[in-house]
Design a protein around this ligand. Structure first.
Ligand SMILES: [Zn+2]
Length: 281
Protein backbone atom coordinates (compact mmCIF):
# COMPACT_ATOMS: atom_id res chain seq x y z
CA UNK A 1 0.00 0.00 0.00
CA UNK A 2 1.29 3.38 -0.95
CA UNK A 3 0.96 5.30 2.32
CA UNK A 4 2.78 8.39 3.39
CA UNK A 5 5.97 7.51 5.27
CA UNK A 6 5.72 3.76 4.52
CA UNK A 7 8.77 2.00 3.06
CA UNK A 8 8.35 -0.18 -0.07
CA UNK A 9 9.16 -3.92 0.33
CA UNK A 10 12.73 -5.03 -0.12
CA UNK A 11 11.95 -7.35 -3.09
CA UNK A 12 12.77 -5.86 -6.42
CA UNK A 13 9.46 -6.94 -7.95
CA UNK A 14 6.28 -6.06 -6.10
CA UNK A 15 2.83 -4.59 -6.60
CA UNK A 16 1.94 -1.12 -5.36
CA UNK A 17 -1.67 -0.24 -4.54
CA UNK A 18 -1.79 3.53 -4.76
CA UNK A 19 -4.36 6.31 -4.85
CA UNK A 20 -4.36 6.26 -8.65
CA UNK A 21 -4.47 2.48 -9.22
CA UNK A 22 -2.43 -0.73 -9.10
CA UNK A 23 1.20 -0.65 -10.22
CA UNK A 24 3.98 -3.17 -10.68
CA UNK A 25 7.48 -2.33 -9.54
CA UNK A 26 9.77 -4.29 -11.79
CA UNK A 27 13.55 -4.31 -11.86
CA UNK A 28 16.33 -6.15 -13.64
CA UNK A 29 19.98 -5.65 -14.47
CA UNK A 30 19.11 -3.07 -17.10
CA UNK A 31 16.25 -1.06 -15.54
CA UNK A 32 14.04 -0.23 -12.57
CA UNK A 33 10.49 0.72 -13.44
CA UNK A 34 7.01 1.30 -12.00
CA UNK A 35 4.21 0.59 -14.50
CA UNK A 36 0.42 0.49 -14.16
CA UNK A 37 -1.30 -2.91 -14.33
CA UNK A 38 -4.98 -3.79 -14.72
CA UNK A 39 -4.81 -6.90 -12.55
CA UNK A 40 -2.64 -8.80 -10.09
CA UNK A 41 -1.91 -12.06 -11.87
CA UNK A 42 -0.95 -14.06 -8.75
CA UNK A 43 -4.24 -13.37 -6.91
CA UNK A 44 -7.72 -14.95 -7.14
CA UNK A 45 -10.47 -13.22 -9.11
CA UNK A 46 -13.06 -11.18 -7.20
CA UNK A 47 -16.59 -10.96 -8.63
CA UNK A 48 -18.82 -7.99 -7.84
CA UNK A 49 -21.92 -8.75 -5.79
CA UNK A 50 -24.87 -7.11 -4.08
CA UNK A 51 -27.32 -8.51 -1.54
CA UNK A 52 -30.11 -6.17 -0.47
CA UNK A 53 -31.04 -6.37 3.21
CA UNK A 54 -34.11 -4.14 2.98
CA UNK A 55 -37.83 -4.85 2.39
CA UNK A 56 -39.25 -4.60 -1.15
CA UNK A 57 -40.42 -1.10 -2.11
CA UNK A 58 -44.10 -1.02 -1.18
CA UNK A 59 -46.84 -1.08 -3.81
CA UNK A 60 -48.27 2.05 -2.12
CA UNK A 61 -45.11 4.06 -2.76
CA UNK A 62 -44.74 2.71 -6.31
CA UNK A 63 -48.37 3.60 -7.06
CA UNK A 64 -47.94 7.12 -5.65
CA UNK A 65 -44.89 7.65 -7.86
CA UNK A 66 -46.53 6.26 -10.98
CA UNK A 67 -49.75 8.26 -10.53
CA UNK A 68 -47.70 11.38 -9.86
CA UNK A 69 -45.54 10.85 -12.98
CA UNK A 70 -48.74 10.30 -15.02
CA UNK A 71 -50.36 13.44 -13.62
CA UNK A 72 -47.30 15.55 -14.50
CA UNK A 73 -47.11 14.03 -17.96
CA UNK A 74 -50.81 14.65 -18.62
CA UNK A 75 -50.53 18.26 -17.47
CA UNK A 76 -47.35 19.33 -19.22
CA UNK A 77 -45.73 16.36 -21.04
CA UNK A 78 -42.61 16.54 -18.90
CA UNK A 79 -40.52 14.25 -16.77
CA UNK A 80 -40.72 14.37 -12.96
CA UNK A 81 -38.82 12.97 -9.98
CA UNK A 82 -39.39 11.79 -6.41
CA UNK A 83 -37.00 10.92 -3.58
CA UNK A 84 -37.18 7.52 -1.87
CA UNK A 85 -36.90 7.13 1.91
CA UNK A 86 -36.68 3.93 3.95
CA UNK A 87 -37.17 2.96 7.56
CA UNK A 88 -36.68 -0.54 8.99
CA UNK A 89 -39.81 0.01 11.16
CA UNK A 90 -41.96 2.26 8.96
CA UNK A 91 -41.09 0.87 5.53
CA UNK A 92 -40.91 3.02 2.40
CA UNK A 93 -42.03 6.59 1.74
CA UNK A 94 -41.47 9.17 -0.97
CA UNK A 95 -41.22 12.94 -1.12
CA UNK A 96 -41.65 15.27 -4.06
CA UNK A 97 -38.72 17.67 -4.27
CA UNK A 98 -38.72 21.07 -5.94
CA UNK A 99 -37.86 20.41 -9.58
CA UNK A 100 -37.58 21.81 -13.06
CA UNK A 101 -38.51 19.54 -15.94
CA UNK A 102 -38.78 19.35 -19.69
CA UNK A 103 -39.91 16.48 -21.89
CA UNK A 104 -36.39 15.07 -21.84
CA UNK A 105 -34.84 16.17 -18.56
CA UNK A 106 -35.53 16.80 -14.89
CA UNK A 107 -33.41 18.67 -12.35
CA UNK A 108 -34.35 18.29 -8.71
CA UNK A 109 -33.20 19.05 -5.20
CA UNK A 110 -31.95 16.10 -3.14
CA UNK A 111 -32.33 17.76 0.24
CA UNK A 112 -35.73 16.41 1.44
CA UNK A 113 -35.39 14.20 4.52
CA UNK A 114 -38.09 12.51 6.63
CA UNK A 115 -37.75 12.03 10.39
CA UNK A 116 -37.14 8.36 11.18
CA UNK A 117 -36.30 7.50 7.58
CA UNK A 118 -33.05 7.21 5.66
CA UNK A 119 -32.75 8.72 2.17
CA UNK A 120 -32.53 5.67 -0.09
CA UNK A 121 -32.56 6.88 -3.69
CA UNK A 122 -34.63 8.38 -6.46
CA UNK A 123 -37.32 7.59 -8.99
CA UNK A 124 -37.89 9.69 -12.09
CA UNK A 125 -40.03 9.50 -15.17
CA UNK A 126 -38.99 9.64 -18.79
CA UNK A 127 -42.31 11.12 -19.92
CA UNK A 128 -43.17 9.36 -23.20
CA UNK A 129 -39.67 7.94 -23.72
CA UNK A 130 -38.87 4.40 -22.63
CA UNK A 131 -37.40 3.64 -19.22
CA UNK A 132 -33.61 3.44 -18.99
CA UNK A 133 -30.85 5.31 -17.26
CA UNK A 134 -29.31 7.94 -19.52
CA UNK A 135 -25.67 8.97 -19.26
CA UNK A 136 -26.90 12.03 -17.33
CA UNK A 137 -28.82 9.78 -14.93
CA UNK A 138 -25.78 7.52 -14.46
CA UNK A 139 -23.60 10.55 -13.78
CA UNK A 140 -26.07 11.98 -11.22
CA UNK A 141 -26.78 8.65 -9.54
CA UNK A 142 -23.11 7.74 -9.11
CA UNK A 143 -23.11 10.29 -6.28
CA UNK A 144 -25.95 8.60 -4.42
CA UNK A 145 -25.68 5.02 -3.12
CA UNK A 146 -29.15 3.51 -3.21
CA UNK A 147 -32.00 2.55 -5.48
CA UNK A 148 -32.71 4.46 -8.67
CA UNK A 149 -35.75 3.66 -10.77
CA UNK A 150 -36.82 5.08 -14.13
CA UNK A 151 -40.46 4.92 -15.28
CA UNK A 152 -41.05 5.32 -19.02
CA UNK A 153 -43.75 5.30 -21.71
CA UNK A 154 -46.14 7.36 -19.59
CA UNK A 155 -48.20 8.25 -22.65
CA UNK A 156 -49.62 4.73 -22.46
CA UNK A 157 -52.65 4.32 -20.23
CA UNK A 158 -52.45 1.93 -17.28
CA UNK A 159 -48.98 0.58 -18.02
CA UNK A 160 -45.37 1.73 -18.15
CA UNK A 161 -41.83 0.54 -18.84
CA UNK A 162 -39.40 0.35 -15.96
CA UNK A 163 -35.67 0.28 -15.30
CA UNK A 164 -34.89 -0.33 -11.62
CA UNK A 165 -31.26 -0.32 -10.54
CA UNK A 166 -29.18 -0.22 -7.38
CA UNK A 167 -26.01 1.87 -7.26
CA UNK A 168 -23.13 1.29 -4.85
CA UNK A 169 -20.13 3.55 -5.23
CA UNK A 170 -20.97 4.15 -8.86
CA UNK A 171 -21.34 0.45 -9.72
CA UNK A 172 -24.80 -0.33 -11.02
CA UNK A 173 -26.80 -3.51 -10.42
CA UNK A 174 -30.12 -4.43 -12.00
CA UNK A 175 -32.72 -4.46 -9.22
CA UNK A 176 -34.56 -7.76 -9.17
CA UNK A 177 -38.26 -7.14 -9.79
CA UNK A 178 -39.09 -9.11 -6.63
CA UNK A 179 -37.93 -6.01 -4.75
CA UNK A 180 -40.91 -4.10 -6.16
CA UNK A 181 -44.10 -5.08 -4.35
CA UNK A 182 -47.25 -5.41 -6.47
CA UNK A 183 -45.41 -5.11 -9.78
CA UNK A 184 -47.05 -7.19 -12.51
CA UNK A 185 -45.74 -7.61 -16.01
CA UNK A 186 -48.41 -6.41 -18.42
CA UNK A 187 -49.95 -9.30 -20.32
CA UNK A 188 -48.85 -11.80 -17.66
CA UNK A 189 -51.68 -10.68 -15.40
CA UNK A 190 -54.43 -13.27 -16.01
CA UNK A 191 -57.00 -10.43 -15.66
CA UNK A 192 -55.49 -8.69 -18.69
CA UNK A 193 -56.32 -10.48 -21.93
CA UNK A 194 -54.10 -8.44 -24.23
CA UNK A 195 -50.53 -9.62 -24.71
CA UNK A 196 -48.56 -6.47 -25.36
CA UNK A 197 -45.80 -6.94 -27.91
CA UNK A 198 -43.04 -4.38 -27.55
CA UNK A 199 -39.29 -3.99 -27.36
CA UNK A 200 -39.50 -3.41 -23.61
CA UNK A 201 -41.87 -5.16 -21.24
CA UNK A 202 -44.65 -3.06 -19.77
CA UNK A 203 -45.71 -3.23 -16.15
CA UNK A 204 -48.54 -2.22 -13.92
CA UNK A 205 -48.86 -2.14 -10.13
CA UNK A 206 -51.51 -4.07 -8.27
CA UNK A 207 -52.44 -2.06 -5.19
CA UNK A 208 -56.21 -2.11 -4.49
CA UNK A 209 -55.88 0.13 -1.43
CA UNK A 210 -54.60 2.95 -3.66
CA UNK A 211 -57.28 2.71 -6.37
CA UNK A 212 -59.06 5.85 -5.12
CA UNK A 213 -55.92 7.76 -4.23
CA UNK A 214 -55.59 11.11 -6.00
CA UNK A 215 -52.28 12.89 -6.57
CA UNK A 216 -52.17 16.00 -4.33
CA UNK A 217 -52.24 19.21 -6.40
CA UNK A 218 -49.26 20.46 -4.42
CA UNK A 219 -47.09 17.67 -5.81
CA UNK A 220 -47.68 18.51 -9.46
CA UNK A 221 -47.21 22.22 -8.69
CA UNK A 222 -43.66 21.45 -7.54
CA UNK A 223 -42.65 20.47 -11.07
CA UNK A 224 -41.75 23.70 -12.78
CA UNK A 225 -41.85 23.52 -16.56
CA UNK A 226 -40.09 26.70 -17.67
CA UNK A 227 -41.76 27.10 -21.06
CA UNK A 228 -45.15 26.13 -19.63
CA UNK A 229 -44.75 28.74 -16.93
CA UNK A 230 -43.92 31.38 -19.52
CA UNK A 231 -47.04 30.41 -21.45
CA UNK A 232 -49.13 30.41 -18.32
CA UNK A 233 -48.00 33.93 -17.45
CA UNK A 234 -49.03 35.11 -20.91
CA UNK A 235 -52.62 34.25 -20.11
CA UNK A 236 -55.11 31.42 -19.85
CA UNK A 237 -55.69 31.27 -23.63
CA UNK A 238 -52.05 30.37 -24.33
CA UNK A 239 -51.69 26.77 -25.42
CA UNK A 240 -49.72 24.17 -23.50
CA UNK A 241 -46.53 23.76 -25.53
CA UNK A 242 -45.64 20.28 -26.57
CA UNK A 243 -41.90 19.58 -26.62
CA UNK A 244 -41.38 17.03 -29.40
CA UNK A 245 -39.10 14.10 -28.60
CA UNK A 246 -35.49 14.30 -29.77
CA UNK A 247 -34.93 12.88 -33.29
CA UNK A 248 -33.12 9.84 -31.91
CA UNK A 249 -36.36 8.79 -30.19
CA UNK A 250 -38.38 8.87 -33.38
CA UNK A 251 -36.90 5.63 -34.67
CA UNK A 252 -37.18 3.98 -31.27
CA UNK A 253 -33.44 3.82 -30.76
CA UNK A 254 -32.36 5.09 -27.35
CA UNK A 255 -29.74 7.84 -27.37
CA UNK A 256 -27.61 5.98 -24.85
CA UNK A 257 -26.81 2.34 -24.29
CA UNK A 258 -27.82 1.16 -20.84
CA UNK A 259 -24.99 -1.09 -19.72
CA UNK A 260 -27.04 -2.66 -16.97
CA UNK A 261 -30.61 -3.15 -18.17
CA UNK A 262 -33.27 -4.39 -15.78
CA UNK A 263 -33.47 -7.63 -17.73
CA UNK A 264 -30.07 -8.38 -16.25
CA UNK A 265 -28.33 -9.25 -19.50
CA UNK A 266 -24.89 -7.85 -20.02
CA UNK A 267 -23.97 -5.86 -23.09
CA UNK A 268 -26.30 -4.32 -25.61
CA UNK A 269 -29.53 -2.86 -24.30
CA UNK A 270 -32.20 -5.32 -25.53
CA UNK A 271 -34.34 -2.42 -26.75
CA UNK A 272 -31.43 -1.10 -28.77
CA UNK A 273 -30.60 -4.54 -30.17
CA UNK A 274 -34.17 -5.02 -31.34
CA UNK A 275 -34.38 -1.52 -32.77
CA UNK A 276 -31.13 -1.99 -34.69
CA UNK A 277 -32.23 -5.39 -36.00
CA UNK A 278 -35.50 -3.90 -37.25
CA UNK A 279 -33.69 -1.06 -38.92
CA UNK A 280 -31.57 -3.44 -40.99
CA UNK A 281 -27.96 -2.94 -42.14
ZN1 LIG B 1 -33.50 9.80 -16.95
Amino acid sequence: MKRKGEQPPAETTHYIIAKNGIFLKKGSWWMDAVVPVKQIAVLERQEISLRLKIKPISAVVLTKAWKFFRAVYKKQFTEAAVLLHYSEQLGWELTVPKQKATGAHVDYEMTDRLPGYVFMGTMHSHARMSAFHSSTDIHDEAEVDGIHITFGDLDEDSKFSLDPETVVNGTRFALNLSHLEGLVEWGKNPAVKVVYVTTKPRYTIECPEMSNWVVPDGWVAKVEHPSYLTDFLKGPSASVPFVPPLPQWDNGIPAFVDENPAAGSVGLNPALAVALAQKGP
